[in-house]
Design a protein around this ligand. Structure first.
Ligand code: PHE
Length: 341
């Protein structure tokens, strides 16, 4: 029996020391120390021993049991410690790793310019209006005093939705003048930016979709001097104190008199350079005093009220502002381009 016990001790201790998981140890405990375990089986035969042998073998059996229990406990703790160490290692945060940089976009350069212009006009008491891009020809042309056979109405120039040429994509923001006059109380001061559409081929200076900003003021006693004063103040705030403007006579069906405003080239100061195509001046907008026929058509008494309106191209302004050479860059939304502003 002594040999049996020694054999069990040796085998059990080896198995315990080789165990890799807590479950293995539990299985070994059952196998050796359990009610039907190997050690228990040996002890059951103690009755066969002589009175002298019994206490010796009993002592040995107790020692073996104690040793196995102690080793199982020790090994259990060892495995638990190892597991904890692994867990801590895997969950460790390396605070020295550089952080991940988030990519944040920027406002489109053209809308940066638009925001600046809106701010300037809001500062002068104007209200910002944004409205439909699909218009009735009546608002885009007729109510703006554009004659039935005016070339701008041609199918070759305008995107129409209907055979009878009654519904279209607005070709200018000027219909906003009519909407404002029809729906607002006088006096009116509005700024209406938005997209407009014309059948133009895409090139460095043309796009079938572009942006205009319409401005309009109507009150008693408004004159051309108010128009010039307002626009000069806007240009001064946008381009600086010493920016020079000039107003040239022009024709628009819905204003009388009409003009175009140029600003002196910010690059060459009028001498002529590639930016202004040698002109010394850059055309920025069309404007004029609202035609009495247009006022009357909207129910406004043109003998009491008068007003001015202007329309400017936003892309052209943004190109000049950021010294961008090609209009297409504005619309392509290439991040490498947009990131530069
Ligand atoms: N709508 C005109 C254009 O597209 C510009 C304009 C607006 C002219 C308001 C006079 C008054 O060319």
């Amino acid at each position: 029996m002594k040999q049996q016990l020694e054999a069990i001790r040796k085998a059990a201790l080896d198995a315990i020391s080789d165990a890799g998981k807590a479950e293995d140890l539990e299985a070994l405990r059952v196998r050796y120390l359990g009610k039907k375990g190997e050690l228990t089986a040996v002890l059951k035969q103690m009755g066969k021993l002589s009175a002298e042998e019994r206490p010796v073998i009993g002592q040995l059996a107790n020692d073996v049991r104690a040793k196995l229990e102690a080793n199982i406990e020790e090994k259990t703790k060892e495995l638990a410690d190892k597991a904890m160490e692994l867990k801590l290692k895997s969950e460790a945060v390396d605070v020295t790793i550089p952080g991940k940089q988030e990519k944040i976009g920027v406002k489109h350069p053209m809308y940066q310019v638009l925001d600046e212009i809106k701010d300037i006009f809001v500062g002068m008491g104007f209200e910002i209006l944004e409205d439909r891009e699909v218009e009735l020809a009546e608002y885009n042309f007729t109510k703006l005093n554009v004659e039935e056979d005016h070339p701008a109405r041609e199918w070759s120039d305008t995107f129409y939705f209907t055979e009878d040429s009654s519904i279209l994509l607005r070709t200018q923001t000027s219909p906003m003048q009519i909407h404002a006059m029809e729906t607002r109380e006088l006096p009116i001061r509005i700024l209406a930016p938005g997209r407009v559409y014309r059948k133009d081929e895409v090139d460095a200076t043309h796009s079938p979709m572009f942006h205009q900003i319409e401005g309009m003021a109507i009150d008693k006693g408004i004159t051309m001097a108010d128009l010039k004063g307002t626009l000069n103040e806007v240009v001064r705030q946008l381009y600086g104190e010493h920016t020079v403007t000039r107003f040239r006579p022009h024709h628009f069906p819905f204003t009388e008199p009409s003009c175009e405003m140029d600003i002196q080239c910010h690059k060459c100061h009028g001498a002529g350079c590639p930016t202004c195509k040698g002109e010394g001046w850059i055309e920025v907008l069309g404007a004029g005093m609202i035609h009495p026929k247009v006022l009357e058509g909207c129910g406004i008494d043109s003998t009491v009220y008068s007003g001015w309106a202007f329309g400017m191209g936003l892309e052209r302004l943004a190109l000049g502002h950021f010294k961008i050479s090609d209009l297409r860059l504005i619309f392509e939304n290439d991040v490498r381009f947009l990131e530069q502003f």
